[in-house]
Write a protein that binds this ligand. Structure first.
Ligand code: GDP
Ligand code: MG
Length: 370
């Protein structure tokens, strides 16, 4: 049976292990952080802490979405995937827009015009960076809670005229729990009240040591509004990604994560996916969450049709028979029969999950689970 330690469960929720232990105590379970919990107990803790429990289905494991490693010899360098986090109004959306405009490959193909939930920027050096255009800590934790760790680097935006705020701290905690390195973008340096030095000092109080403070966290002063130092921020991202030695095997069946999905008039179900490993091709048979289909078209953030999409490439898929959910895993399978089989298993799991109504009391939880 599947088990998870108290510590790992807490990490996935970005909660403190002590809070999980407190819930367990209320249930009469004395546990340490290294205690193994079974799935039912883990689900109660998750629900009690206000999160939605999701089990990694057996089908996910079967088709290799969890834990499967490629041979190091088959791995090739891939672009970093970056999520922008930070307090409300500190400039996340402005920064994402500004970075989008730094793409140098826009000339012939046209600029990044489509909003598909993620985009890739081409730098003058030839390097590429993938930005997840779904700011919000919720999306980040949801994906992580589902075992889909798609972010390599968090860019933490802190407004130089406002400093560290509650959602800044929350983002720091998420990044730390996920063990994802942070780069600090000290934004709004064009404003009269900007005080980048104070930001560095305040970060120190939250155990984030930037280089000037003797630590190893990279920080860059930027202005999303005036487009100042965006190249420096991108250089810092590339530098960090080189340290991480990000690699993936492009020569295998594609797997990855759904970033967003919707039903569009005239286009049907459209899912934006991020390829984690392998290469996705037109004509492939794809299972995404509880949906499947034959890839009819792949479309990038410039509205261009692609024949294939490799690691770290965000792309829209047309041809699914329904819209999966953000955070769902997708993978290419060998046949339509296999796709149907995996989907029916998953839909069964989804129905079961829906039957698990959130209990209103501790007593209610026990009766429900018996
Ligand atoms: P978000 O809530 O983090 O996505 O923040 P937004 O990108 O929506 O920005 C909030 C406000 O700050 C908007 O009015 C922006 O125009 C402004 N803003 C964002 N970046 C800068 C900047 O570098 N300098 C100045 N002066 N204003 C900025
Ligand atoms: Mg915003």
């Amino acid at each position: 049976p599947e088990v998870i330690t108290v510590q790992e469960l807490a990490n996935r929720m970005a909660e403190k292990a002590t809070d999980a232990i407190r819930v367990l105590m209320k249930m009469g379970v004395m546990a340490t952080i290294n205690e193994n919990l079974d799935q039912d107990t883990a689900e109660i803790v998750v629900t009690e802490l206000g999160h939605t429990p999701r089990r990694v289905s057996e089908a996910d494991v079967e088709i290799g979405l969890v834990g499967e490693q490629d041979d190091p010899a088959d791995q090739q360098p891939r672009p970093p995937v970056v999520t922008i986090m930070g307090h409300v109004d500190h400039g996340k959306t402005s920064l994402l827009d500004a970075l989008r405009s730094t793409d140098v490959a826009s000339g012939e193909a046209g600029g990044i015009t489509q909003h598909i939930g993620a985009y890739q920027v081409n730098l003058p050096s030839g390097a590429r960076i993938t930005f997840l255009d779904t700011p919000g800590h919720e999306a980040f934790t949801q994906m992580r809670a589902r075992g889909a760790s798609v972010t390599d680097i968090v860019v933490l935006v802190v407004a130089a005229d406002d400093g560290i705020k509650p959602q800044t701290i929350e983002a720091i905690n998420h990044a730390k729990a996920a063990k994802v390195p942070m780069i600090i973008a000290i934004n709004k340096i064009d404003t009269p009240g900007a005080n980048p030095e104070r930001v560095r000092q305040e970060l120190l109080q939250h155990d984030v040591q930037v280089e000037a403070m003797g630590g190893d966290v990279l920080d860059v002063e930027v202005s999303a509004l005036k487009r100042t130092n965006l190249d420096k921020l991108e250089d810092a991202i590339i530098l960090q990604s080189e340290v991480l030695e990000l690699k993936a095997n492009p020569n295998r069946a594609a797997e990855g994560v759904v970033v967003e999905a919707k039903l569009e008039k005239g286009r049907g179900p459209v899912a934006t996916v991020l390829v984690a490993r392998g290469t996705l091709r037109v004509g492939d048979i794809v299972v995404a969450g509880g949906e499947w289909g034959k890839v009819r078209a792949l479309i990038d953030e410039r509205g261009q049709q692609l024949q294939e999409a490799g690691p770290a490439r965000p792309v829209e898929i047309l041809g699914l028979n329904g819209a999966p959910s953000a955070g769902d895993a997708f993978s290419v399978v060998e046949s339509e029969a296999r796709a149907r089989e995996v989907c029916s298993y998953r839909q069964q799991q989804i129905r079961k999950r829906r039957q698990f109504v959130a209990p209103t009391s501790i007593e209610g939880m026990f009766t429900q689970l018996k």
